[in-house]
Design a protein. Sequence first.
Length: 315
Amino acid sequence: MLKLILSVFLATSLTSSLFGATRSELKQYKVDWKPLQKYPRMYDEYHQIYQASKDRQSIDEMARALNLVERVLEKEEQWLDGYWLVGSIAFQLGSSYTHEKDLPVAREIFVKGRHATEQCLKRDPSHVLCKLFLGSSLGKIGTIDGIFASLKKARKIQDLWTDVAESDVDYRFMESVTMQGSVNYALGIFYRLIPDMLILDWLFDVRGDIDKSIRYHRQSIAYDGPNACNVLMLSVSLLCKADGDFKNSEGREGLKLLSQVESIKTEHATLRVCVKDAGKLKAKPSLSCGYDTSKQQDTSQDAFEKSQDSEPVAH
């Protein structure tokens, strides 16, 4: 198992100089905590959640952290870091709700993240962390509403994330999660979930690319090292490319990585979702092309044609 993890890490590290800036070339973003420090009790509570708990925030802890930052933003409207923090926490919290009955709750949380990051970009259109989490909020809302119902937002999401990936800035959210690792992870999912259809390029100026998806996921692991979710998403893209042939190199690697993810022990709510879903995908790898932690997507030609006959989803 350790050998497999190391092989993934070494293979992906070799791509880092070929695909985006290397870690040593990136400027580290500095968070301005002064507006939060004006409220010592809330500042201490926030940092207790994210320092004492580290990689194992519960749903209740994330909800408390989101509420704390929102309350400070009501008083400190010029605090740009507060807006992306809302987007970040909302993304983590919303992603922890995966049962069908809970998706309306998750969507409301993602809408909070979208609203906050839109406000940030009105104040500073170049803010990379707000771009990252606006794209993430729009993407998650899109997977809940359905990929094809949300295609009008797809080009905006692609542009937001590409701007971040091509920037010379990085930020470390925690020991094993960086901004550049996260945006490469997001783009990997994007290029898998958007089908590779010429008509989408004509109508919406976007098109899927499974090879590009795999490269982005390998780059994500090169930045952050392997964890349950980035290895899961690499395996999903590999299985999607294998297209049912599990004896070819992509199929074999994808199935091995699923087994590795399935064995991971974690207390973090978001990572637990990935560990749980590894077993589901191992049992039915045909789900891989349309897999998302929020909701399985139907990415077939028939689904696209039906979506064009139906009313668009309100956002």
